[in-house]
Design a protein around this ligand. Sequence first.
Ligand code: N01
Length: 868
Amino acid sequence: MNQPGAVPQQLDAVVVGAGFSGLYLLHRLRQLGFSVKVFDSASDVGGTWYWNRYPGARCDIPTTDYTYSFDPELEKEWTWSEKYATQPEILDYLRFVADRYGLRSDIEFSTSVTSARWDEGERRWRLTTDRNQQLRCRYYIMASGCLSMPKSPDIEGADRFAGQVYFTSRWPQERVDFTGRRVAAIGTGSSGIQSIPLIAEQASQLTVFQRTPNFSIPADNGPAPADRLKRLGEDRDGYRLSARWSRGGIPVETTDILGVTASEAVRRQRFEAAWGQGELFGILGVFADQVVNPASNEIVAEMIREKIRSIVKDPETAEALCPQDHYFGTKRPCLDTGYFETYNLPHVRLVDLRKQPITSITEQGIETPDESFEFDAIVYATGFDAMTGALVAVDVAMGGGLSLKDKWAGGPSTYLGLMTVGFPNFFMITGPGSPSVLSNMAVSIEQHVDWVVGCLKDMRDEGFETIEPTPLAESGWDQHVRDCAAITLYPTANSWYMGANVPGKPRVFLPYIGGVDAYRRACDEVVAQGYLGFQMAGPGGEQCRDGVIRRMQPDVAMVLEMMAELGLPPLETLPVADARAFMTAIAATRPPSPEVGEVTDGVMPGPDGDLPYRLYRPAAPPEGPHPVVVYFHGGGWVLGDLDSDDPLCRDLCARTAAVVVSVNYRHAPEARFPAAAEDAFAALRWVDANASELGGIPGQLAVAGWSAGGNIAAVACQKARDAGGPDISGQLLITPVVDSQMTRPSFSENGDGYILTGALMRWFWDHYADPADRGDPGVAPLRGNLDGLPPVCIVTADFDPLRDEGVAYARALEAAAVPVRHVRARGHTHTSVTMVGVVISGAPVRAEMAEALRGFFPAPVRASRTAG
Ligand code: N01
């Protein structure tokens, strides 16, 4: 071990942590000629695998993948003995890596960095260790691991117990023998679930104190999986590449089968295959929708519960072991070897803390309201202050200024999980806001290290000495991390992913759930765009490329990617009949729409023949009559019908408890301007006159429309005002067409690639209106008289060519003293907010639309149910 005096004063980089990340960082940085020192509080390499020596500790990603991949020679020299290696074997591997690359000479063991101060004048970090060493370094890199700071025991009396106390996260180096002892185990996360069966093998009596039952599947440990070995043998590089570009950092077959629509046979077959395979990403991917759809998730969850009930003989114990309070996967599921079977042993007992909480720990054991337990040993498997705990444990601060702990008091804020504003040259490996704990850590660590090392090299080459993200880039990334989590079920659980396991910790979803592949793409794009979102300075000058790397809602981006993969011809290149047939075919592939009370079709008289309509009646309560919303579908006056916007109409009806009357108007090119607008006005009048018969409250009439439907809705309101009726309570215009001028910036920004293109919009205009008519307020309501119009809720979307005309309409209406509620659909396209059941991130926007609609009516109507 190095002596304190041997530490150089000036270093290029200091790394905290000598686990998987720190070792690889040291190797890479040294290769590039940087001077580096690694500090670790442990007496050897290994990081998490140094500390977590508890019985049964193993990895839960197959060793074929839980391994370094940066050096093919290293891969040839090391062979793992099993599918899931034990902690001693993984520690041996990391020692082998340290020795093979001669890393130990630059690692200072049994030493912790205690404080870090940025010296702005020197552009360096000044670090202090617990051995009172003072260091200066250009770059300070935390490779301290996501699950390395044990959670302190938050149980009354924990320090009173006179017997032996063990923490799975700080297990002693020497062998612990529980033979003949009465042991308590507190905690049933991965550490508890792995250790409990082995403790039970020795203990004379084992009592497990369980607060939350956890989902666990059999690891099916044994030799490394044959299919993975085969693929690796045939094409190691290809295999590693596919891991790097996979969702979780391990190649798995993905599915597009939805749990909610799959047959019972398919459900069972897929579940049993995943159960038998014994891999986390297999059971997490039984169905494509199990992460986002509660019903689909429940199918998997219940099948796991069935397994638990079939294994555990005592029905009461079995029931207590069945997780019921969180969706499967939203707390990290476990892989086990004989965990549930352990409860069939006569000397093992489960105490359900939900029924019988711990009141205190005493000198002899554990007290609950009903019982006093005596123990010789207590094992705490109570988890970690995950992802942020180790980072804020070091007193990191700007020279005398804000500390990282203060900055993150309300939850961490990072750019890409790599850096944070206000802390130049401070890097995190697998920090919050990166895939980290949701992925195969080996792959994510290599990606982060490669990124950081590449960045430092680029800076050196360009003559930059400092790097820091911009506030805009960081807040944009934080938003994206939140957006990705928000479309999943994960934030609903009291998990350590949410910081919920540590009292007082802010409830924020900590990792990035968008996937290893999506994340890698974002990181690569940042570099390709000249370090977008970073500012750099040094003798080479100053550079700041401010911007946000991901502004689109993640599920919107997914839909666009899927459509791009289909390689469909642009609609405007098709004959109208084919374009309509295409829209019908697309509508047939949609997931089930929200339920409403009743749906009936009918016809109403129009100016030139009958107009078909579909009436959506809300489910009771409340009993009718209800306010009425007349709705006009989108489709550029050319496409669309009663089916095309059916899910949106159901959603509006369910959310507002209003009767929605969707009207099919005449389409172009068969019926050109002003046919559609005339039909819309006629429909309004007819519904108004027949409100009672339709189940509506007379006089409580609003109008709504999407896209071209928004156009004719807006025009109909102007017509109604001019005609002295009907009286309209309000208008909901969803990404409407309100002008014919296609020169606003949103057309150039968003005119291509977001489904509604500039070319398609021109095609619509050409079918609907002669150029000479396009300035007429009957087709361009923005150019009309806006005085005295009913209140408006207008929705505009960031990635919509029509965005700026929508914004202009909102402003013009405000200027005309019309009450306006402007809903900006952040990260959405022209079409995405209407994609009910497909684009989950549209739900909050639709909730806002519904709230606006309800607000148009005099007596607020409460939603009968919320729709997805
Ligand atoms: O910790 P945990 P862990 N009174 O937080 C309970 C990784 N890992 O060390 O759920 C009573 O998951 C707590 O209850 P609750 C893996 O990512 C990987 O097991 O908060 N009980 C829970 O049951 C894993 O997810 C491997 O209600 C209390 C348990 O303690 C992560 O590390 C192996 C309590 C803590 O579970 C953390 O796992 C091990 C209290 N006061 C770990 N406080 C591999 O296989 C907490 N609990 C690679």
